[in-house]
Each structure stands twice: as C-alpha cells, then as structure tokens.
Unconditional design. Structure first.
Length: 229
C-alpha cells in the first residue's frame, strides 16, 4: 500500500514524488545536473547518504536511470521525470506569487547562490575569452572568498584560487547578492548605494550585471508580468 493509502491520483503521485527532497532532486535534474556532486551543489543541506537513498528510490520508481558518463556515473531523467517540468516550474511560479517572503539568514548559502548563477550565464553577453570573477562576501568577521570562471556559457565555481588571473572582483554581502539574484533588489540600486562593488576594467565592470539571466523563477515571474501588462 502507498504512503497515503488512497486511490486519488494526487495521492498516488505523492507516493512517488512527495517524499522530502525528491522534487528538489528532480528540479536539479531538470536544470541540467547529472553527476552526484552536481546535484549536491544545488542542494547543499542534503546529506550524501540521503541523496544516495533518494536516487535509488527514484530509479526504482522509474523517474531516473543511471548511465556511465565520461566522469563516472550520471543520472538521467526518464520521460516520467521530464513530464514533471511544468509542475515543478508551476510550483515555483505559485510560490513567487503566493508564498514569497523575505529570505531568512539560514537560507543564505554562497555555494548554492554561485552554483545557480553559473547555470544562468548568458553566453551572448560574456566576453569571448576566459574570465575569472572573485566574490568577496563581507560579514562581521571578514571575508568569505569564492571564484567563478566563465568561458562562453560555461561556468565553474571554485572555493580555492583557480590558478588563473582574476578579471573582476565583486565585493558585497551574501544577503545583498542573493536578494539581487532573487529579484528583490536591482543590480543598479545596490551598485549606486555601494552595497555591491565591482572592480576591474571599466568596460567589463559595466557589462558584468548583464552576464547572467536572473533565477529562472524570477524570470518567469517577470515574463508573466509583462504579458499581463
């Protein structure tokens, strides 16, 4: 018997995808994550053991399959998981309209933020060469430093110096950049207030905000607003 013990199709669907973390794992797969570590990067509060258990359950349920990729095992969404995309996107859109609230301190995470940013790079607007952006997140105790290498549409988040020349240095707080990323504040406003600064060649510092499309759910919200307008 399923967890809900009901013949309702919604209950039967939740038997497969209603367990904690499952829909978020599917969100990562729909966003392009394929390797175990990539999924963890998108879900930093999920333990390795729980992720392994969820992936096993999802494979058993026919939501994913694993294949041998160039860097080891990869997880591929099946048609059943791909069919969940409008549901996942709709849930995010619903949240932006009906459950939106201020970001809590325990929800701020630099790895998750930069991981999300790197998969929303707009290759049409980035330089036609490798660039490296250093992020200095200020807090009361000093700096937390990260790097993001960008080449075309590809990005790589580094927690140690990547061994290439730094092109730009972004200095701000984790909260400010997260609020910008989630559409609660604008790049132009925090640049004017000096809550966020970008140092480097003038042409690149001016162009930097345009290198990224906003979080996918924020973009959907803006597109819906434009259509209503």
């Amino acid at each position: 018997m399923g967890a809900y013990g009901a013949f309702c199709p919604v209950a039967q669907a939740l038997d497969l995808v209603g367990e904690r973390w499952t829909l978020l794992v599917i969100r990562e797969l729909l966003s392009g994550s394929r390797r175990f570590v990539e999924i963890l990067n998108g879900l930093p509060h999920l333990s390795r053991s729980v992720l392994a258990a969820r992936l096993d359950q999802m494979e058993h349920s026919g939501l994913i399959r694993h294949v041998d990729g160039p860097s080891g095992k990869e997880y591929v969404p099946t048609p059943a998981a791909l069919a969940l995309e409008p549901i996942v996107m709709g849930l995010g859109a619903w949240s932006r309209q009906w459950a939106h609230r201020a970001i809590r301190d325990n929800e701020l995470d630099p790895t998750l933020l930069l991981w999300d940013m790197q998969r929303r790079i707009d290759g049409r607007k980035t330089p036609d060469r490798l660039v490296c952006v250093r992020f200095d997140f200020r807090d009361g105790k000093g700096y937390k430093r990260y790097w993001l290498k960008i080449e075309g549409e590809r990005g790589e988040v580094c927690v140690k110096h990547p061994g290439v020349e730094e092109t730009l240095v972004v200095s701000t707080t984790l909260r400010v950049l997260t609020e910008v990323w989630m559409g609660d504040r604008s790049f132009s406003a925090v640049l004017r207030s000096r809550e966020l600064t970008v140092e480097g060649p003038a042409a690149l510092t001016r162009a930097f905000p345009g290198w990224f499309r906003l979080n996918v759910f924020v973009q959907l919200e803006q597109e819906a607003h434009e259509q209503r307008g």
